[in-house]
Design a protein. Structure first.
Length: 114
């Protein structure tokens, strides 16, 4: 079993920045892909960013150039640095890791509002 603990969400003004963290613990031999989804009210969950075990990254078009995903394999942790935040980035952000199967974090609220 793998547990994920997220942190770093909150309220920020448009143009501001936040950094999300997601630490994995438990029965971990090696982690494949790690990433972040988000779900805004009334919308489907969408993949925001992912990073492979060798550091290849991919982003949804709406965040490319503003968000940066990274991982620390020694700490089994994935990060999402979010800059130039917009109101449309408001959502619950969920991290995930793939260790044979997909595991999810509990979600952290990000609100971008003046």
């Amino acid at each position: 079993q793998v547990q994920l603990v997220e942190s770093g969400g909150g309220l920020v003004q448009p143009g501001g920045s936040l950094r999300l963290s997601c630490a994995a613990s438990g029965s971990i031999s090696s982690i494949n892909n790690m990433g972040w989804y988000r779900q805004a009210p009334g919308k489907e969950r969408e993949l925001v960013a992912l990073i492979t075990s060798v550091g290849v990254t991919n982003y949804v078009d709406s965040v490319r150039g503003r968000f940066t995903i990274s991982r620390d394999n020694a700490k089994n942790t994935v990060y999402l640095q979010m800059n130039s935040l917009k109101p449309e980035d408001t959502a619950i952000y969920y991290c995930y890791v793939i260790v044979v199967q997909r595991y999810w974090g509990q979600g952290t609220q990000v609100t971008v509002s003046s």
